[in-house]
Design a protein around this ligand. Structure first.
Ligand code: DAT
Ligand code: MG
Length: 136
């Protein structure tokens, strides 16, 4: 039984030329890149994507950050990939994300209003279905 998750390589990952390194880690883990595209997201798309965070203090900085450059959207597939990708991505806060994870190894806190942590991964089957429908 296979499932899909939405992975986004955020503008910091694209700017830092980490697209290959991030995809390499997904593939090395055994997941499959089923669909992939590089896009310039609109505010409307991001507002729908991050609807759960509307009203939070970091919402506007998060939107500005996500609008600051291109994003790579990936439909990543494999048994338990939703949970598995979040495991290899690491904790939201890159300062405390474990070594060995994407965020722990490759990102840090730069003192910006919103944490720049390289990747997004859907957090549940429902989120994955909703987000994949938005981006693909
Ligand atoms: P995740 O991306 O680990 O699922 P999230 O969905 O709670 O985390 O938040 C979305 C993004 O918003 C997250 O990747 C970074 C930013 N963010 C979350 N909480 C934050 C906070 N307390 N301060 C600053 N940025 C935050
Ligand atoms: Mg989230």
């Amino acid at each position: 039984m296979s499932e899909s998750t939405l992975v986004l390589i955020k503008p910091d990952g694209v700017r830092r030329n980490l697209i290959g390194e991030i995809i390499r880690r997904c593939e090395a883990k055994g997941y499959v890149v089923a669909e992939l595209k590089k896009i310039t997201p609109t505010r409307e798309l991001l507002a729908a994507h991050y609807a759960e965070h509307e009203g939070k203090v970091f919402y506007e900085p998060l939107m500005e950050f996500m609008l600051s450059g291109d994003v790579v959207a990936i439909r990543l597939t494999g048994h338990r990939v939703i949970e598995g990708f979040r495991s290899i991505a690491g904790a939201t806060d890159p300062t405390v994300a474990a070594a060995g994870t994407i965020r722990g190894d490759l990102s840090r806190d730069w003192g910006t209003k919103v944490v720049q942590n390289l990747v997004h991964g859907s957090d549940s089957v429902e989120s994955a279905q909703r987000e994949l429908a938005l981006w693909f």
